[in-house]
Write a protein that binds this ligand. Sequence first.
Ligand code: HEC
Length: 112
Amino acid sequence: MKKTIIAFLAIGLTACASYKIVAPSKTDVEHGSAKYPGLTLADLTEGKTIFERNCVKCHSPQRPFRVSAAEVEKIMPKMAKKAGIDSRKSELVLKYLITMKGTAKKYYSIRI
Ligand code: HEC
């Protein structure tokens, strides 16, 4: 049991120390508006915050990046349930992820 806890802590700490999730910019808003009309910078920023607080605790921030946008959309309801977030928050995380996937290089930077 103790070992499991330590292993989880180590994974958690590595995730925190290794990635910096980059804040969305106006360019990202312009990009995302094509898919989500009326999208604002506040929406994307809130989506990022929710993602950091509720999703990254279980897996690395890279995870939604390894799969296609369609796969992220498909798994989102299941993940929202796991994260315990409501549909409004789930929608914001989804908008954030799909938008940032389109501007891939800006999504996160790796700190070694
Ligand atoms: C309680 C832990 C937990 C939380 C919280 C969680 N996830 Fe997951 N996530 C998992 C597990 C476990 C999987 C593995 C696949 C499965 O369960 O279907 C997964 C898989 C995924 C995948 C698919 C990746 C792949 O390789 O197929 C995506 C995308 C994803 N999660 C995004 C999110 C997002 C976004 C959130 C926040 C809303 C989130 N997850 C919250 C545990 C979690």
